[in-house]
Design a binder for this molecule. Structure first.
Ligand SMILES: *Cc1c(COP(=O)(O)O)cnc(C)c1O
Length: 377
């Protein structure tokens, strides 16, 4: 007979997600963009926060649309009971089109061939496809090149079984201080819309603003905006931290599970890269790179215990890591350890970790893997 395991018997490492922060951030964005619709971007497990839970909250809070990257993410949302319009950003692949139709998902048409395939599948099944035309204005990922639109426009006019819901593009550099290229992409997008209009093509929503553009380029608002990062309370760059009063939704935390005193000269962890300069106190925390925490923070990162910062010493292991509390410090088994987020008056921000690790805040948010349970507040 197997008995149920109580939460307090499990490893004390969790990601806490404050759903009220999503509500607050959506309201901030709403106030900032005025009448434009908001497509809440929940791809990649809602930037690590949990796809269905976040989507349900954002839908209840009045997000107009949801955006995901993969058709399977859209299907998961439908199976979770979400009835809002959902756009899948990714290019279609293989036999996916029928699934879009089955689950009432908006499809990204990123080439004339793909649009043709969407139209044929819709015709064969006697249904209408909801399509957003993807224009590449400079990111160079997917989409029809903004300066080669004519054959695509022909395909749009021939697609009798498609409803053209949107026309969209995506910025490459809106998070940078220099807005020159973002403005050039915006100019190309305007040129695209003018051309498509001149061909008699109509749509409901032109949309191109990601989080960074929402904060820096009000001219890029159009009919709808597509915030991801800022919905979760994280600014796309340190220079953009105070544009909106956002609240971080994620806290990654654990507990001290082992505590010891080591003597000067003693080494810590694989490779023995840390040797104590003096007698000191070391806490062990049960979280590691096997959870998606960053091994590159070995000897560089900090965590919060009892409201102060303490350095990670030695290599981060797969499942555990060690923290130097200092010769006079105190910590007890069971003390809370915050790896991302706030404790008392101190905070380890996603932006700070992104800077230390020379990456984007997006990568920090999506790194914690599913071994870490999500707990919703
Ligand atoms: C991820 C993504 C977004 C959201 O980007 P953020 O920088 O997180 O706001 C918007 N649009 C598309 C097409 C995306 O892929």
């Amino acid at each position: 007979m197997q008995t149920a395991i109580a939460p307090q018997e499990l490893r004390p490492t969790v990601m806490e997600v404050d759903l009220s922060a999503l509500t607050h951030n959506l309201q901030c964005i709403r106030a900032h963009v005025g009448a434009a619709k908001i497509m809440a971007v929940v791809k990649a497990n809602a930037y690590g926060h949990g796809l269905a839970e976040c989507a349900r909250q954002l839908a209840a809070d009045g997000a107009d649309y949801l955006g995901v990257a993969l058709v399977e993410e859209g299907i998961e949302l439908r199976r979770a009971g979400i009835t809002k319009s959902i756009l899948v950003f990714g290019g279609i692949w293989g036999g996916q089109i029928a699934h879009y139709l089955d689950y009432d998902l908006d499809i990204t048409a990123s080439s004339a061939d793909k649009l043709h395939a969407i139209d044929e599948t819709a015709a064969a099944s006697g249904r209408r496809a909801r399509v957003h035309l993807k224009i590449d204005t400079g990111l160079g990922r997917i989409g029809v090149q903004w300066d080669r639109l004519s054959p695509f426009a022909d395909a749009v006019l021939a697609a009798r079984n498609c409803d053209i819901i949107g026309v969209f593009s995506h910025f490459a550099t809106a998070d940078e201080a220099d807005q020159t290229f973002a403005r050039e992409q915006l100019r190309r997008f305007h040129e695209t819309l003018d051309y498509l209009r001149s061909r008699g093509i109509t749509w409901q929503y032109a949309h191109t603003a990601n989080s960074a553009a929402i904060l820096t380029l009000p001219e890029a608002t159009f009919d709808m905006v597509r915030p991801g990062l800022i919905l979760y309370g994280v600014a796309p760059g340190t220079h953009l931290q105070n544009v909106l009063p956002l609240r971080a939704a994620m806290t990654l935390k654990s507990k001290v599970v082992y505590f010891k005193v080591i003597h000067a000269g003693q080494g810590i962890s694989y490779g023995q890269h840390f040797h104590a300069e003096h007698d000191t106190r070391i806490a062990t925390v049960p979280v590691g790179y096997g959870d998606g925490y960053f091994r590159r923070l070995s000897g560089r990162g900090e965590v919060l215990i009892r409201g102060s910062r303490h350095p990670i010493v030695g290599n981060v292991c797969m499942d555990q890591m060690m923290v130097d509390i200092g010769p006079g410090g105190t910590a007890y088994n069971g003390d809370e350890v915050v790896l991302i987020g706030a404790q008392d008056k101190e905070t380890i921000t996603v932006a700070e970790l992104a800077e230390t690790l020379e990456t984007t805040p997006h990568e920090i948010l999506t790194s914690t893997n599913l071994r870490v349970p999500r707990v919703y507040l």
